[in-house]
Design a protein around this ligand. Sequence first.
Ligand code: A2P
Length: 422
Amino acid sequence: MTAATATPVMKQHLIDPEICIRCNTCEETCPIDAITHDANNYVVDPEICNSCMACVPPCPTGAIDNWLQVLTSEAYSKDEQFSWDVLPEAKELPAELIDTDVAAETETGRAPVSGEDDTESLEGVPSTEAGARIPPWSAVHPYVNLYTHKNVATATVVGNYRVTDEDTESDIHHIVLDFGTLPFPVLEGQSIAIFPPGTDANGRAYHARQYSIASPRDGERPKYNNLSITVKRVTTDYDGNPVNGVCSNYLCDLQKNDTVKVIGPFGNTFLMPNLAHANIIMICTGTGSAPMRAMTERCRRLTKNREYNGKLMLFFGARTERELPYFGPLMNLPKDFIDINLALSRAPEQPKRYVQDLIRERAADVLNLLDDAETYIYVCGLKGMEVGVIEALQEVVSSGGKHWPDVHAQLKAQGRLHFETY
Ligand code: A2P
């Protein structure tokens, strides 16, 4: 008997087809393969899902976080879910069977907390996740899902520049998109998704690909309704075999005045504190620098008006300086504004270094910052970095005589540790 058949009423986990961007994150994250997809929809198998919630925080749109109270015998099958364009309305259930706790949560669209019973938690934050599920307390409330695949925004390319040295393997572009008079309000740390034109091998339109925004809330150019993204041209798959990334090649080849189809914005936790004296520790590799650029530029603009006086510490990993996006502009930032630590893994005649090595080297300063309740950590880039960074932070905190599980739980509960990895 599965979780789905144990009781007459169940809270069925469903994915909202209207706002899902088909990015595959949930399917990749699900530890028990309860999520699958066809050409139309991503769906949750009611026979397998145990509401472990692992898929909920990584979902960029929140489409994953839908729970409907249904009779267990009438749970929506995978096939039914494959055919949906919208989520079904809640059906009326016999009053004696209604679980009022679940009903309340379902009504407000919140995830059922009871599914988290199997994880140790501090203030409701499961300890099995590396990062927080909530933003900093002072973060500005973001707009999300303003544009969906049923209501797509069009933006015009107003700039497309390579930000790594020409003769290197890493072809990374800084692309500026202008929305004209179309409202597209964003915050640093949010992302958008872009539809590449064309169809896949099955004749289905390509799904949208997600990119972190690299510019601050008031625009790539201040007071303009534009934003930037950082895109690496994909020319090989994970195993190094040649393959042309569909969306990255489309984007890197865009010309000025071309138009692109955009949905979003997405993201309501990887947001910066909105506080003059907050400190920000940024840890990134490659194109994971996009949100760090956005936050740094936000602080730089505020600093000019004396509206920001916190500390910024950056750990940035790349193969070489020449393959590090935005290397020139980064090096021009004043030393007393940002503490920059570059971890180069393939620099000639230098030992291979990763961001986590530098975090260890700078243990005393990291510890000092972590002692301040208004210090926030953001990690963005390669998935593999996640474990390495957590281990480095653990060592640093332990070397300061503190108990890492407590510090980690507190950072998560206070929205002070954020991961965006891929
Ligand atoms: P490496 O030289 O070992 O690939 P990329 O250029 O592929 O986007 O990678 C950005 C940087 O991140 C590179 O320096 C890369 O080193 C480094 N890197 C690769 N794996 C990890 C990891 N597990 N933790 C931290 N950095 C990593």
